[in-house]
Design a protein around this ligand. Structure first.
Ligand code: MRU
Length: 335
């Protein structure tokens, strides 16, 4: 019996996923038979988090292959769908790795392609579930059981991965072996920390508190934070790591206080082809996400906005990187 939520699942004839934009108010599951529904879900952050995006992309590719089976122009419509899936979000490399893997599985026979893409989506799902378990174990081995007071950002749990999580897998492993208190940054503008991380931590019965992003430095001091953990959407060969906007600032603050700052990510988030983080494509999202939240406007209509969804933390600020293969310490050289 799995002790975590599988936020996206492939069944015999459809893909089901929990709509994360509706959490924590409602648990709404969507059943998709059309790959375009998944592409919309990825763009709207109904499905999100780097490893979950890779799985969503592979599932969308499988749905597109099923549809293309009936098209006399096969494989052209499938290849066009793969391009659209790959263009849905730029920064999480898991999505791009998954689409490239699917593209390589396209065969002259449509039915064989459908089977190959189904197997690909399932293999990736099993890989990520196991990777989460290993990241938790590797994080526990690296840090050791103890009294941990952890600050984190965005959502790095089951909702982002289909398994125990990345940074939250380490939190969960530490909490199983000692007293752990978690402070979750709300993560403006889309509040993944407030809506999703708090929902997951409270479901687990963990000791946790929500803070606004601007409180982080003050809370590090007043609450004697002794560990900052974050996930990643893409890690370059030199260890520079792109993650949710605000992560870089947390790393700077952690360095000021001498608090270890760790990144937790599976191998599928590594992009060794990129020598450094300056080459990472940072997603720029709609201005209205910053001008308010949902239907509630908080800023003057039409005010100028910047809305980069991610930032890049330089490797020099990262104390360790936990992957499913082990714990890495500086200097980083991912190949
Ligand atoms: O925009 P999101 O919600 O997809 O951003 C997610 C993050 O930044 C996570 O920290 C990241 O994907 C790693 S956790 C699995």
């Amino acid at each position: 019996m799995e002790s975590f939520l599988r936020c996206i699942q492939r069944t015999a004839d459809h893909v089901r996923f929990i709509d994360q934009t509706r959490l924590p108010q409602e648990e709404v599951w969507v059943a998709a038979t059309d790959w375009r529904v998944l592409v919309e879900a990825i763009k709207a952050l109904r499905v999100r988090g780097a490893p979950a995006l890779g799985i969503a992309a592979a599932c969308a590719a499988w749905l597109a292959a099923r549809e293309a089976t009936f098209d006399p122009l096969y494989p052209a419509p499938l290849l066009a769908a793969l391009d659209a899936i790959e263009a849905s979000r730029p920064t999480a490399v898991n999505l791009h790795h998954a689409v490239r893997r699917c593209r390589a599985l396209v065969q002259p026979d449509a039915q064989s392609t459908v089977s190959a893409l189904a197997a690909c989506a399932d293999e990736l799902t099993h890989y990520e579930i196991e990777a989460c378990r290993r990241m938790g174990a590797n994080g526990l081995a690296h840090l050791g059981a103890g009294e941990w007071r952890i600050l984190t950002v965005c959502n790095t749990g089951s909702l982002a991965t289909v398994g125990m999580g990345t940074a939250l897998a380490v939190v969960r492993a530490l909490a199983a072996h000692g007293p752990v208190k978690v402070f979750a940054c709300e993560t403006r503008p889309l509040l993944q920390g407030a809506r999703l991380t708090m929902w997951e931590l409270m479901r687990d019965g963990l000791d946790c508190a929500l803070i606004t992003d601007g409180m982080a430095a003050s809370i590090m001091r007043s609450e004697r934070i002794n560990l900052v953990l974050a996930g990643a959407d893409r890690i370059a060969a030199n260890g520079d790591a792109a993650n949710k906007i605000g992560t870089f600032g947390l790393a700077v603050q952690a360095r000021y206080f001498g608090i270890p700052f760790g990144i937790v990510a599976p191998r599928t988030t590594l992009d060794p082809a990129l020598p450094s983080g300056e080459h990472i494509d940072i997603e720029q999202r709609a201005a209205d996400e910053v001008r308010g939240f949902g239907a509630c406007r908080t800023a003057p209509d039409g005010c100028a906005v910047r809305n980069p969804a991610f930032d890049v933390t330089p490797a020099g600020l990262i104390s360790f990187i936990i992957t499913d293969e082990g714990a890495h310490v500086p200097p980083y050289h991912f190949a």
